[in-house]
Design a protein around this ligand. Structure first.
Ligand code: GLN
Length: 454
């Protein structure tokens, strides 16, 4: 088959399915042209890369030159990128074909993609349920059979949670593994780019391709990405899987528990050894996250003021009013809520009480993880307390939405790699995700362990 045929196949799938699902915000008008060009240059380049001609969907907070980058926000509705994110550049250099940009919660704030200013995205398994978020569009692109792979971003669970809800594999790499240059920053100390894939090996290959130092992101690591491949090749037999008590307590839906208990047995069958571990500070993770993430967001989003970035509203009498109108009309309610929270937490007199205290507890959470990894090689946990919920179920109660992130947030706070891989579905056929969390740079081990559950 030609690359053009493969690309056309994906585009026709999008054409026939996405009217209902709503995963894509933009279809790349150059996709077919690019495919044709790649076909013509196939003989010279094809042996160099696994991703030559590979179709991929990209979350709409990653810049791609010439295409819109809206972050699903009204304030960026007409924004076109003037440069390409490093992660996307690496895909393009390897010969990938970008199919389009995917829907998300506005500025990646949310857990259901209901915060998008561009409309909802439906879960392919049950159209009345959310796909999860914030990378809901990227999860549905893969789960709905429209793209074999996609990229998302994960600040507190935004890759793993939608992967769990949609029954695909989602990996949040170690903080610093993949360059964030060109990713619109939400919470810079927590954000990581990662893939949605159909199986662990695809996820491994794309993560290796995207990884490695980038001079344009000072937090990107110089570690050799091929370590992940070596780790993937090592046997799992004898590895110790920690079962963190705090993740397996009350609050987990019985159907999720049943599913995960069956997956846990598969790990044992593969020769791994289970060991109970304790992570007592997990109970503070949501509080800590919503202080740190909102503080950083308030600062990062200050550039969207109608002058530097974002739609400039007309009719303002002075600069202050121009800011107020542009931001007031451009941002949705959840983004405003977070800017207010973050601004409050950072304001004079409150910093020590909130932000610094949150950082101290974050250090504690990190230490507890490190201690647990002196006893085990990786951790096995749920991704979400429940399977995908229905539209409208949580959107009017932000706190209940925040609490649904309880199992994913701590990996971000500790900078650890973590993935969600499909576990056994519930009796009514909804996907359930199993989470594997490992020490820094252990993506290869996690993906290998995921291959046992696949
Ligand atoms: N759901 C979390 C939030 O709303 C995580 C989002 C994310 O990872 N981008 O902040």
């Amino acid at each position: 088959v030609t690359i053009e045929e493969v690309t056309e196949f994906c585009l026709s799938r999008i054409d026939s399915r996405d009217g209902k699902l709503g995963a894509f915000l933009t279809i790349n008008p150059n996709a077919k042209n690019r495919a044709r060009q790649l076909d013509n240059r196939r003989s010279e380049l094809s042996k160099r890369s696994l991703f030559y001609g590979y179709p991929i969907a990209i979350k709409d907070n990653l810049n791609i030159e010439g295409l819109p980058t809206t972050c699903a926000s009204r304030i960026l509705a007409n924004h076109r990128s003037i440069y390409t994110a490093t992660a996307v550049s690496r895909l393009l250099s390897a010969g990938a074909v970008v199919l389009g940009k995917t829907n998300m919660d506005e500025f990646a704030m949310g857990s259901s993609t209901e915060n998008s200013a561009m409309g909802i995205t439906r879960n392919p398994w049950d159209h009345d349920r959310v796909p999860g978020g914030s990378s809901g569009g990227s999860a549905v692109a893969v789960s709905g059979g429209m793209a074999p792979m996609s990229l998302g971003s994960d600040t507190g669970g935004s890759i793993r949670q939608p992967a769990a809800f949609c029954g695909v594999l989602g990996l949040k790499p170690t903080y610093g593994r993949i360059s964030r240059q060109g990713l619109v920053a939400f919470s810079s100390s927590l954000d990581q780019i990662g893939p949605f894939a159909q199986n662990p090996l695809d996820a491994l290959h794309v993560t290796v391709l995207l990884s490695g130092h980038d001079p344009l992101d000072m937090t990107s690591s110089t570690r050799d990405p091929l370590e992940m491949v070596h780790d993937y090749e090592k046997p799992l037999k004898g590895k110790v899987v920690g079962i963190p008590e705090e993740f397996w307590g009350e609050g987990m839906d019985p159907q999720v528990r049943e599913s995960l208990e069956k997956s846990r047995e598969l790990l044992v069958k593969a020769g791994m050894v289970l060991k109970p571990v304790r992570l007592p500070s997990t109970q503070y993770a949501v509080n800590v996250y919503y202080l740190i993430a909102t503080s950083e967001a308030a600062s990062n989003l200050s550039r969207f003021d109608g002058i530097r970035y974002g739609e400039r509203k007309t009719g303002a009498r002075d600069l202050k009013e121009l800011y107020e109108k542009s931001r007031g009309e451009g941002f949705g309610p959840e983004v405003k809520r977070r800017i207010l929270l973050g601004t409050f937490a950072l304001s004079a007199g409150y910093q020590d009480q909130y932000y610094r205290k949150a950082q101290k507890v974050q250090a504690l959470i990190r230490e507890e993880f490190m201690r647990s990894f002196s006893e085990c090689d990786l951790l096995f946990a749920p991704v979400t307390p429940t399977p995908a919920f229905r539209f409208g179920e949580k959107i009017s109660d932000p706190l209940s939405m925040y609490l649904s992130d309880i199992f994913t947030i701590s990996a971000n706070l500790a900078g650890l790699p973590a993935l969600s891989t499909p576990s056994f579905p519930t009796s009514n056929g909804l996907p359930v995700g199993a989470q594997l969390i490992g020490p820094h740079w252990s993506e290869g081990v996690l993906l290998k362990a995921a291959s046992v559950l696949h």
